[in-house]
Design a protein around this ligand. Sequence first.
Ligand SMILES: NC(=O)c1ccc[n+]([C@@H]2O[C@H](COP(=O)([O-])OP(=O)(O)OC[C@H]3O[C@@H](n4cnc5c(N)ncnc54)[C@H](OP(=O)(O)O)[C@@H]3O)[C@@H](O)[C@H]2O)c1
Length: 270
Amino acid sequence: MATLQDITGTIALAGAGKMGGAMLTGWLAGGLDAKRVVVIEPMPSVEINALAARGVRLNPKDAGPIETLVVAVKPQSFREAGAALKTHVAPSTLVVSIMAGTPIKVLQEVCGGAAVRAMPNTPAAIGRAISVACANPRVSPEQKRLAEALLTAIGESVWADDEGLMDAVTAVSGSGPAYVFLLIETLAAAGEKAGLSPELALRLARDTVAGSGELARQSSEGPGKLRENVTSPGGTTRAALDVLMAKDGLEPLLTRAVLAAAKRSRELSG
Ligand SMILES: NC(=O)c1ccc[n+]([C@@H]2O[C@H](COP(=O)([O-])OP(=O)(O)OC[C@H]3O[C@@H](n4cnc5c(N)ncnc54)[C@H](OP(=O)(O)O)[C@@H]3O)[C@@H](O)[C@H]2O)c1
C-alpha cells in the first residue's frame, strides 16, 4: 500500500468542514507533508486557518498541478463548486469524493479525471471511520493505493466493486453513527425511567455501547455469540432480549430504518 509519506504530488481538499477537516487532521497525523496540501474552503475554521503556519496552502490563487482532489463539500453545493474545481483537474488527476448520494457519473460530468467515490463516517474525527470506496475503470492501481492511503488515515477502508452498493453502505455505516447515538440516548432515558440519575444513566449507556463495540471489534467471536455469552436462561438479560427480539422488536425496526435510508440515498442520487 502507498503511504502518505510516499505522496509527492499536491493534494487539494475542497470543503474543510466536519468531514474534510477530520480527513485533513488524519492525513497530517499520518505523516502527509503539510506543504503538499491545498485547501479550497470559503469559510475556513480557526483550526484550518492555523494549519497555514504548518505549510498548508489556503485558497491559493494558483495551486499548480493537482495530483489528487478530495471533494468534501455538501452534495447540494457540488454543481456550483464543480465549475471552480474543474480548473484544478487534469486528465491524470485523481478525484476522490466523499459526498453522499453523488454517483461517479456525476463526478465525471462535473470534474472529469479518474474518480473514486467513498463513503466514510463521523468516527473519522477520532481516526476510527469505516469507509467503503469504489473506483471507475480510469483509476490506476497506483491511484487506488493513494485513495486507500487517504482513507485509511482516518480509519479502515474497504473496496466495493459495485457502485450500486453505495446506497446500502450509506444506510448502514454512513448514517449508522446516528443510530448508535440514538441507542445511547434511548438506553440512558430508559435507565432514568428505571431510577438512575440522568448523569449516571448517560455514562452507563455511553460506556456500555463504546466498550461493547470495542469488544465486538477485538473478539474472535461474532456478535451473536458474544450476546449469548452474557445471556443466562431465566436471567435479567434474557428478560430484556425477549422484548428486543420479539416479532415486532429491534430487527424489523432497524431493517425498516436502514431500508428507508437506502431508499433516500437512491432518491438523492437520481
Ligand atoms: N457528516 C457525515 O456524517 C458524513 C458522512 C459521510 C460523508 N459525508 C459527506 O461529506 C461531505 C461534507 O459533509 P460535512 O458534514 O463535513 O459538511 P460541512 O461541515 O458543511 O462541510 C462542507 C464544507 O464545504 C464548504 N464549501 C461549500 N461550498 C464550497 C465550495 N464551492 N468550495 C469549497 N468548499 C465549499 C463549506 O463551507 P460553508 O460552511 O461556508 O458553506 C463547508 O465548510 C458531504 O458531501 C457529506 O455528504 C458526511
